[in-house]
Design a protein around this ligand. Structure first.
Ligand code: ASP
Ligand code: MG
Length: 600
């Protein structure tokens, strides 16, 4: 028998009328012959109000009591929802996280799910009931109530869909689906028909706002098809599945992360272990770092820059000052007025000229890029917060994201029915067997540790810090027919010059250098240097960024092996580090060992 999980967010259960409308959707699915589990969030802004109440009583409320309080929001909405279903003449039972047996770790207010027992759910479903499950909450070993972090009901819904082997997880919300960018910010944003797990993971963690990023980790890990749709209409929403919307377009979406902050350590001794010192401390505080760039400066000293969410700046700075002392950095500087503009797309890994198109769009809009990082499926730029909206609009337009791709309905592109059938046919058994060995459902999962020995590095120092320079560099390199892999542009304090490094295939090093050196003469770069052979070490899996310790663990493994990291980048599904070409094998062994406990 088919099983559907339906999740209703706070705005979709904000009042009694909306609760009844949601109940009707559940009843309708039940009438169509599906078993139905409904996951609900707290009504409207209830969680915010509870937080405000707590703060009034105690400016620093104990986390355990916070969870006790916040979990009540969902308890109200499940009860009302079950009553609404009952009033329609159907049987329903509401269950809290604890009653279901959603076991989590004990990190109150940001707990992770360890395991979920399905007995009680199955019993109720088999008795013909609609199960109404409280989102966002669980219990720890000692029966304390825990919550999963803001927006965590999505994660409850997808996790329940995973353990029950559901055919589909429907996410009902106040927008029609997933858009190419937040339509409240850019009205020209287009609703996507479909998006791949990997792309959605990136967009969710960039703060695209539609879904909790940990829910997408579950979906990818356990192959749960998701349908994001409006609770107000019956319109088709957006499918989140393995397959992207287009196999032709390099970019599927753009995201603006408004509230970022940059931290730079200047003059860090360039020896193995310094990055580990810095990032292990930050990871211990569970602060997630992005756009991590280090560049070798003059006289054996390096600068390390990275971004953190603005509301974690203070905590991050505290930690960084401690680390700076230990490693002997010259100075720590920061900027709280920056924003991150990123583009995401599975296909960019196979196309040239994507980066320069983005940089050119920013240059044409007069936006200065302060930092650049790339990964296989993402390019992020750091810009002044004041120019962020201009930047987003320029980039969205440059990739023509407002237009539907021509190959949406290509052969093999899954429809909703395909996704459900596929899940029913193949994945469910595999998933259930996979879950039996999983002790910790949200544990970091490493699929692969690998070494790429095909690349060389080009580094330009003393690049003038003004709009258009990066665009020119990568246009020249693209014109030479060279495929650029990793790109980083670093920040150099207030010195009005930045550094730019990128990797290219070893065979294309000569052309790359020629193009770069010609431009260096025209634009007055200070110098072009290169390494004819670098080794790129990669760790791939699920949960690489939400588990803040991954970067630190990799830095630690390399530091212990005495290996210096030249470049690094991270995405949701992969962390890459570039080291000296001679040290690739040794680095691989070290990293492999460090991640062995997380292999499956
Ligand atoms: N009610 C919780 C929140 O507002 C969980 C959720 O809505 O997903 O964050
Ligand atoms: Mg929500």
């Amino acid at each position: 028998m088919s099983l559907i999980v339906q999740k209703f967010g706070g705005t979709s259960v904000a009042d009694c009328e909306k609760i009844r409308a949601a109940a009707r959707k559940a009843v309708r699915a039940h009438q169509q012959g599906h078993q139905v589990v409904v996951v609900v969030s707290a009504m409207g802004k209830n969680t915010d109000q509870l937080i405000a109440l707590a703060r009034e009583v105690n400016p620093r409320p104990p986390a355990r009591e916070m969870d006790m309080l916040l979990s009540t929001g969902e308890q109200v909405s499940v009860a009302l929802m079950a009553m609404a279903v009952d009033a329609m003449g159907y049987e329903a039972v509401s269950l809290t996280g604890g009653q279901i047996g959603i076991f989590t770790d004990s990190s109150h207010t940001k707990a992770r799910i360890r395991s979920i027992s399905t007995d009680r759910l199955r019993q109720a479903l088999d008795a013909g009931k609609i199960v109404i499950a409280a989102g966002f909450q669980g219990i720890d070993e000692d029966w304390n109530i825990t919550t999963l972090g803001r927006g965590g009901s999505d994660t409850t819904a997808v996790a329940l869909a995973a353990v029950l082997g559901a055919d589909l997880c429907e996410i009902y919300t106040d927008v029609d689906g997933v858009y190419t960018t937040d339509p409240r910010i850019l009205p020209e944003a287009r609703q996507m028909v479909r998006i791949s797990y990997d792309e959605m993971l990136e967009l969710a963690s960039l703060g695209a706002g539609v879904m909790h990023n940990r829910s997408i980790e579950f979906a990818k890990k356990f192959h749960v098809p998701i349908h994001v749709r409006s609770s107000l209409s019956d319109a088709e929403g957006t499918l989140i599945v393995e397959e992207p919307e287009s196999r032709e377009l390099p970019v599927c979406g753009a995201a603006l992360t408004q509230n970022e902050a940059r931290i730079t350590l200047l003059g860090v001794p360039d020896v193995p272990g310094t990055s580990y010192e810095v990032f292990s401390r930050i990871a211990d505080r569970k602060i997630s770092v992005d756009m991590l760039v280090q560049n070798v400066g003059a006289s054996g000293k390096a600068d390390i820059s990275f971004t953190v969410p603005l509301d974690e700046l203070e905590a991050a700075l505290e930690t960084v000052h401690e680390a700076a002392e230990v490693v002997g950095a010259d100075e720590v500087i920061y900027d709280g007025d920056v924003a991150k503009v990123s583009v995401v797309g599975l296909e960019m890994a196979r196309q040239t000229g994507v980066a320069d198109r983005m940089f050119q769009a920013l240059a044409d809009a007069g936006v200065n890029i302060q930092m650049i990082t790339t990964s296989e499926i993402k390019i992020s730029t750091l810009v002044d917060r004041d120019s962020a909206l201009t930047a987003l609009r320029a980039v969205h337009r440059a990739f023509q994201l407002e237009r539907p791709p021509g190959d949406v309905g290509r052969a093999g592109a899954p429809t909703l029915e395909d996704a459900m059938a596929g899940r029913a046919a193949s994945a469910a058994d595999e998933v259930v067997s996979r879950l039996q060995d999983v002790v910790d459902m949200e544990q970091l999962t490493i699929d692969d540790v690998s070494l790429d020995e095909t690349q060389a590095r080009v580094t330009i120092s003393g690049v003038p810090d003004r709009p258009g320079v990066a665009a020119q560099v990568f246009r020249r390199v693209a014109e030479a027919g060279v495929f650029v892999d990793m790109i980083v542009q670093s920040h150099h304090g207030e010195r009005e010059r930045t550094g730019l490094s990128f990797t290219v295939p070893r065979a294309a090093l000569a052309e790359s250098l020629e193009a770069t050196e010609a431009l260096a003469k025209e634009l007055g770069f200070r110098g072009v240097s290169h390494s004819p052979a670098v080794a790129k070490l990669s760790v791939s899996g699920v949960g690489l960024r939400s588990h803040t310790s991954v970067g630190a663990r990799m830095f630690g493994a390399l530091a212990d092996a005495g290996i210096n990291v030249e470049m690094t980048n991270t995405s949701e599904v992969r962390v890459n580090m570039v080291v000296d070409g001679q040290l690739g094998r040794q680095g691989l062994a070290a990293v492999d060992r460090a991640f062995a406990p997380f292999r499956h």
